[in-house]
Design a protein around this ligand. Structure first.
Ligand code: PMP
Length: 430
């Protein structure tokens, strides 16, 4: 029989060619062999429950998505300088998911490329350079994306905040300075951001944020915040961008897009991760006016953005979400999962907050009875769960928030298993 290299051998092999700046998850890494729906299989015969990965949105290796890609790959793969109907067909189906004002789409190959393009288009449209960004926000790995990502530029090892970047304070109703999440805190945070904009040396081209700030530790924006802020930005001639890379495509349950949760409509939307269920896809969706401004510049071309294989895959993803009722499942299972986590919070005062919507949840770990972050405990729980073959991760400015955002085929039994194991771990150590 075939000898499977050990974890140490596999790591050494990788380190021969790849930089250590690429991180590996968990104290004891996992060597992956395969995956199906919400399960992953390691090289040593273990099945892992995936409560973490949001890229395989409709499930790892979903057969309909795989088949759509295989079939199109065998037939034609080319670029948007030729005509093929699957491109407008996919664009039509995707744009049907948006409010009518958002009716133009530009396809690229990653969330980073989409953020980068959105900022470039916003600057071009407004003829301005400044961007207002969200504290702890993350939007990608290109130079522009890093420039607008506080999570990266404010890191001690980061490049620092550029002069054309204005940073809004995270409207966090758990740990922030306004906590009444009945609209009062949201309006107060909104008012602060408006004042910052008014006092800033230059008018802003755009404001970009996620609806629930993932790298900030799964922090939903305070209710009423965007409602207060968006009209003020527009009054000052700026554009509003929603990064839906993490929150889009039905994950939050109640809505297909995260921004809908706040009853506002952005001018531009950034898409990525779940769009191709793991196949590299990203997009900028915007208004006709913004697209028309961009058309006055030099040609925009992406070698791979909008290719027929990507379109076939993207179309299959949208069909599976509908056919399998996955947004509804995110709502049903997400509500149940959150209720189990809230019950666990009542039992252990090291759980400071349980937040998020649908299958996009965060568990904020604290030093008992305080709001002081407890990254050691978060790390311990994450690694203990890994020992029990459950995948979750940690994030947030102090890395103290357990992050769970599984494929949308996750079941109530899966949720129960995760929370029972968390309970077993906490029982033993507290
Ligand atoms: N925006 C958000 C909110 C993200 O979470 C990410 C990726 N983590 C990106 C943009 C960048 O996407 P990609 O890694 O596909 O370039």
């Amino acid at each position: 029989s075939r000898k499977v290299p050990s974890l140490e051998e596999s790591l050494a092999y990788r380190n021969q060619y790849l930089s250590s700046i690429l991180s590996v998850s968990y104290s004891k890494p996992i060597k992956m062999e395969g995956a199906a729906f919400q399960y992953m299989y390691d090289a040593y015969g273990n099945t892992l429950l995936d409560a973490y990965n949001n890229i395989p949105h409709v499930g790892h290796s979903h057969p309909k998505v795989v088949e759509a890609g295989q079939r199109q790959m065998a037939k034609l793969n080319t670029n948007t300088r030729y005509l093929y109907d699957i491109l407008p067909a996919y664009a039509e189906k995707l744009l049907a998911k948006f409010p009518p004002s958002l009716n133009r789409v530009f396809f690229v190959n990653s969330g980073s490329a989409a953020s980068d393009l959105a900022i470039r288009m916003a600057k071009w449209h407004t003829k301005r350079e400044a961007i207002m960004v969200m504290e702890h926000g993350y939007h990608g790995n290109t130079q522009i994306s890093i420039d607008i990502s506080d999570y990266k530029f404010s890191n001690p090892k980061g490049q620092g905040q550029k002069e054309n970047i204005l940073k809004a304070c995270l409207p966090d109703t758990f740990r922030g300075h306004f906590t009444e999440n009945n609209g009062i805190a949201g309006r107060a945070y909104g008012e602060e951001a408006i004042q910052q904009m008014q006092m800033y040396s230059q008018p802003i081209a755009a404001f970009i944020t996620e609806p629930i700030v993932g790298c900030g530790g799964q922090v939903p924006l305070a209710n009423g915040y965007l409602e207060a802020l968006y009209p003020a930005i527009r009054k000052l001639g700026g554009l509003c961008i929603s990064d839906e890379v993490q929150t889009g495509f039905g994950r939050i349950g109640d809505h297909f897009w995260g921004f809908q949760q706040y009853g506002i409509v952005p001018d531009m939307v950034v898409l990525g991760k779940p769009m191709g269920n793991g196949h590299p896809m990203g997009a900028v969706v915007c208004t006709k006016e913004i697209a028309e401004s961009f058309e006055k510049g030099v040609e925009f071309f992406s070698s791979f953005g909008g290719n027929p294989v990507s379109c076939a895959i993207g179309l299959a993803v949208l069909e599976v979400i509908e056919e399998e009722g996955l947004q509804e499942n995110a709502k049903k299972v997400g509500d149940y999962y959150k209720s189990l986590l809230e019950a666990l919070q009542k039992k252990y005062d090291c759980i400071g907050d349980v937040r998020g919507s649908g299958l996009f949840l965060g568990v904020d770990l604290v030093k008992s009875g305080t709001k002081e972050e407890d990254p050691q405990l978060a790390k311990l729980i994450k690694n203990e769960l890994r020992e029990r073959n459950i995948l979750i991760s940690t994030d947030g400015p102090k890395d103290s928030v357990l992050k769970t955002k599984p494929p949308l085929v996750f079941t109530k039994d899966n949720a129960l298993q995760v929370v029972e194991e968390m309970d077993n771990i906490l029982k033993r150590i507290i």
